[in-house]
Design a protein around this ligand. Structure first.
Ligand code: 1GP
Length: 244
């Protein structure tokens, strides 16, 4: 069977764009999962990401188990902390917050995660995670105690993403922050994409089909949306999959 990462790279080579629905265990009630996922299953979503900045122990595993009852899409952990690791998911974005300079989020948490990961069969996907300034403080910024890169500092954004690739990371994730007022500027996406030979994920503040399309057109391979679905899951209706 194709790995999650191979599926991503194959999709890109076939010109297909990807969409991950981010579910925060802190915000999704278990008894709402079935209804939410049934709507998601008729949409163009290709992946489910599970994670949040501040999640209590045990919530992630229960949520992943419930999600997997209702969908065959790959469920990938997008953890804000080591306690969110569960072997019930299919894979994990093994994140390093390379836009910041907090050693805990660059390498400390990753070292802490190793023994836990050793007990799982999760597909581990090393991911360079860049937080880009968006006019307001985000949960990632607060929890990680790091500064985002200024959005006008295109050179630093590009060089940071490229440094992630040169360090061997398999994905780059440009993050505006959950609930960001504005998504990552298409100009930033396109400048970063031109630098990279690895897939590019873009998330934070994307709330409409036109914003998804703008991100894709600028070079995003995979778009992540959480808040817009949390606030109104009828948004899935605007993203219906065309039947084969
Ligand atoms: C957050 O990029 C993701 O980490 C998604 O952001 O919740 O704003 O869609 P939103």
């Amino acid at each position: 069977m194709m790995s999650i990462y191979q599926h991503i790279t194959t999709s890109i080579s076939e010109g297909k764009k990807l969409l991950a629905v981010l579910i925060d265990p802190d915000k999704m009630k278990l008894n709402n999962v079935s209804n939410f996922i049934s709507k998601m299953n008729t949409s163009i979503a290709t992946h489910v990401f599970v994670g949040g900045s501040e999640v209590n122990e045990g919530l992630t595993e229960a949520l992943v188990l419930e999600i997997k009852k209702h969908t065959n899409l790959p469920v990938i952990l997008f953890p804000g902390d080591v306690i969110q690791i569960t072997d019930k998911a299919d894979g994990i974005l093994f994140l390093s917050l390379i836009s910041g300079r907090n050693p805990d989020y660059l390498i400390g948490k990753q070292v802490e995660a190793v023994s836990k990961l050793a007990t799982t069969n999760l597909e581990i996907i090393p991911t360079g995670y860049l937080l880009i300034e968006n006019g307001k403080e985000t949960a990632v910024q607060r929890v990680s105690e790091t500064k985002p890169i200024q959005r006008k500092d295109i050179k630093t954004i590009k060089d940071t993403a490229k440094a992630g690739e040169l360090l061997g990371m398999k994905l780059i994730y440009l993050e505006a922050g959950s609930g960001a007022t504005h998504p990552i500027d298409p100009h930033i996406i396109s400048e970063v994409k031109q630098q990279l030979n690895i897939p590019l994920i873009v998330g934070g503040g994307i709330r409409s089909l036109s914003e998804i399309e703008l991100a894709y057109k600028a070079g995003a391979d995979l778009v992540v949306i959480g808040t817009a679905f949390e606030e109104d899951d009828t948004f899935f209706k605007a993203l219906q999959r065309v039947p084969n």
